[in-house]
Design a protein around this ligand. Structure first.
Ligand code: HSE
Length: 432
């Protein structure tokens, strides 16, 4: 085999992330060449938006608006896909792999929904597909699962993997502000997108959790397998009461394996204030992994942004380029299938925080306690919060001991039907 004199890159997508990747590939070209043993050249960059030719600051001669000019170029060895989504981007990745090009992607949606298919296509064509940037931006987490943690049996992942929602809940907690106000400010500051639904409703976190859980438990987990609840129901008073009880509230992505059953869920959760995850604030991400040998390890850092994301993407490029240079085939990657059962949401056993608005008169608490008791739910603490004298209502917060989700949902339905209950303010799971 003739020795490689250079390795050519095709970059698909010149948005914020793509432009950042181009800057790193060009600006760090010497250091990258040194690590690989030959130059790694950004040969072609594509974006269907012609204005990106200028705004991305790439050399104009490498720009094209035609994806197939890049995909059909036999000299391109590695395609970086940072378009996102599972329509065009997925087709381009399949085309690249089918043409024997390695792929590096940040695309959590495509990987979470079509990972096994893409891995199998890559294996068929003897190329690699890497996606370190798909979860946690600059935080190394995919590689650790594929290498450093391999000797472990992972029992749990608890993660804060969406910076937008973590920014919002942090501000709600520290400023006693309501959700709509903080969301609006986050959009003005560019921390939340104009259409924030994917972030605030937990969809983005679900994609990322599907990827992590598949790797951790070596069984295929898809986004539709994951229970999801976003942060839009959280009120500023939930943060206030949680704090008084010694908890923070975070949007948590949780995956646990117990007795060959895997449970996967994304929802707001109360976390004891003294736990490290409770202290992960603002746009930062953290992924806590519990292995039988390591115990708990935490990966913490910036989960988004052009520089951290470029760090993950360019590292993937360097590793593939090193193999190409050495004439090594890509490392075979296990292709996950569904080999473990999933726990249904109704089977989850955890503790709960309940906030209720009730009539402020005798015997009301007793009625609620009876419903909970009848459903085998034990109360750990009950506090009466603000009373509205004119409306003759009061707010109470109940913390339960461990209870089964199906029992809690049944109890909530019964409590809601009691004439003395004005409103179920919120029901939040507790992660001790
Ligand atoms: N929208 C994501 C977040 C960033 O808010 O964390 C990219 O994954």
């Amino acid at each position: 085999m003739s020795e490689r004199k250079k390795i050519n890159i095709g970059l698909m997508g010149l948005g914020v992330i793509g432009s950042g990747v181009a800057r790193v590939l060009i600006g760090k070209a010497d250091a990258i060449a040194q690590q690989v043993g030959c130059p790694v050249i950004l040969k072609r960059a594509v974006d269907c938006d012609i204005s990106k030719k200028k705004s991305s600051q790439i050399p104009a001669r490498i720009f094209t608006a035609d994806p197939y000019q890049l995909l059909h170029d036999p000299e391109i060895d590695i395609v970086i896909e940072v378009i996102g989504g599972d329509t065009d981007a997925l087709e381009y990745m399949k085309e690249a792999l089918s043409r024997g090009k390695h792929v590096v992607t940040a695309n959590k949606e495509a990987i979470s929904k079509h990972g096994p298919e893409l891995l199998s296509l890559a294996a068929d064509h003897k190329v690699g597909i890497r996606h370190e940037a798909s979860v946690g931006g600059g935080i190394p987490i995919i590689s650790p699962f594929k290498q450093d943690l391999l000797a472990n049996k992972v029992s749990a992942i608890r993660a804060i993997i969406n910076g937008t929602t973590n920014y919002i809940v942090t501000r709600m907690a520290t400023e006693n502000a309501d959700f709509a106000t903080v969301l609006k400010q986050a959009q003005e500051l560019g921390y939340a997108e104009a259409n924030p639904a994917n972030d605030i409703e937990g969809v983005d976190a679900v994609y990322k959790l599907a990827i992590l859980a598949t790797l951790a438990f070596r069984t295929a987990i898809y986004p539709e397998d994951i229970y999801r609840e976003g942060i839009s129901r959280l009120g500023s008073r939930d943060f206030r009461y949680a704090k008084e009880l010694g908890y923070a509230i975070k949007l948590l992505a949780i995956a646990k394996e117990e007795n060959h059953y895997v449970q996967v869920r994304v929802h707001p959760a109360l976390i004891p204030e003294d736990q490290l995850l409770a202290k992960v604030d603002g746009v930062f991400n953290a992924i806590e992994v519990e292995g039988d040998l390591t115990g708990k390890v935490i990966f913490y850092g910036r989960g988004a942004g052009p520089q951290p994301t470029s760090s993950a993407i360019v590292a993937d490029v360097i590793q593939i380029a090193q193999n190409i240079k050495l004439g090594l085939p890509p490392k075979p990657q296990p292709q996950p299938s569904r080999i473990k059962n999933l726990t249904t949401t109704s089977q989850i056993v955890t503790r709960y925080y309940m906030r209720l608005t009730i009539a402020d008169r005798p015997n009301v608490l007793a009625q609620i306690a009876k419903v909970l008791g009848d459903n085998l739910i034990s109360i750990a603490s009950a506090i009466q919060k603000e009373a509205d004298e004119s409306a003759q209502t009061a707010e109470i917060v109940l913390m339960t001991h461990l209870a089964q989700e199906s029992a809690v949902q049944q109890a909530i339905r019964e409590i809601e039907a009691l004439p003395v209950v004005k409103e179920i303010g919120n029901l939040i799971r507790v992660e001790d």
